[in-house]
Design a protein around this ligand. Sequence first.
Ligand code: GDP
Ligand code: IMO
Ligand code: MG
Length: 416
Amino acid sequence: MNTVTPTIIIGSQWGDEGKGKITDLLSNDADLIVRFQGGNNAGHTIVVGEEVFKLHLLPSGVVMGKKNCIASGVVIDPFVLLEEIEKIENRGINIDLTIDPYCHMILPYHKEIDQSSESKLGNKKIGTTGKGIGPCYADKINRTGIRFVDFLDRDQFKNLLEINVEKKNSQYENCFFSAKDIFEKYLPLIPKLGKYLGDVSGIVYKNLKSKKIIFEGAQGTMLDISHGTYPFVTSSNTISGGVFTNVGFPPMNLNTVGIVKAYTTRVGSGPFPTELNDEMGEQIRKVGHEFGTTTGRPRRCGWLDLELLKYANRLNGFKQIALTKLDVLSGIEKIKVATSYKLNEKLMGYPLTVSQLESVSPVYKEFPGFEFDQDISDYNKLPKEAKEYIEFIEDQLNVPVKIVSTGPKRQQTIVR
Ligand code: GDP
Ligand code: IMO
Ligand code: MG
């Protein structure tokens, strides 16, 4: 039997690198697409012709009509998921979906705790999406969370809700929840979502060697709970190794595709050494439509950061890079790339503490600008300055750039 190496799509920066577009593209010849961490803090955009799909929980394989799974590492807001399923089905797409029963549920008190904790932090806030992600993962780790398997058992669900609601109401001043109200509101969802539940870990294991599987990461490496810019991170492991525990299959070789945006963006607070708080940053935000898919917040923009990408490569082991949004740099006269950091005149590399990261000065290499059309599909037709930019990234990271994305649409892509 032929063995197929599974592909994993990983954001190399602070999210929104274009994972949705690349997952959709690679789904064309895949059999199964699996989301394995995060929740509806994610927003993955796929553009097909004039149609735009913004997915928060469903794997990007739904757009191509492939089989999709949501693995146990994902936290699910059931109302958001149902709404997303309905929206996609209303657009004439049949959804083939399996959800792992060990997925934890985001409940109303998680959202309240997320939002009120943030407002209390004032100018120290993390800038979360307010979707209840952190508090839901906290309950999972505390062993008090409610999983879909508990939800299916009405008595168990009721019992766990009562325990949780009582605890949250007594621990948090803004929590005045009623377990009964939540129970009654969520009860009708049991048959609607119950039909999707199945053993995702088992499905993946059974198909690992014979089917083409894509694991679709959410967020980005620098938002990883352990290795990112803590505490300005999300609450899951976003790096490639996390897939094994988040899905539940043995460690193996993966075709790890690092999604690298041709510049850097970040939503929310936290250090960002190459951030541009000037007209250039404004121009990139405008041309790149850098506004959050989930919250609509303007994304902070800055130059590409190779120090950060080397760290991301070390953590993930990229086998190839998909360089996205190169077209956004088209027309800029001089483009900068950070090649290292300096702190008190000393060269520094990752990992750095958050306070070091806030104080470093990036050392930049300047590149001549380039201009090209978004519909370009032949690498050789790119201006030589654009190729120089791409090949510099490739050399520095020692990873081939196999895909260059030159626009949001499927066909606006160069495959080398
Ligand atoms: P994700 O979270 O990593 O899937 O990325 P998002 O969907 O949140 O943000 C990426 C945005 O850039 C979306 O609006 C995409 O449609 C768009 N996009 C993706 N690739 C390209 C590209 O190569 N060029 C341009 N101009 N836009 C792109
Ligand atoms: P995709 O998958 C960009 C950021 C938030 C905040 C931090 C913690 O579209 O790339 P959370 O709500 O997760 O507790 O917020 O993480 N964040 C993202 N930033 N893209 C995302 O997802 C993100 N998901 C979370 O802005 O800084
Ligand atoms: Mg996004």
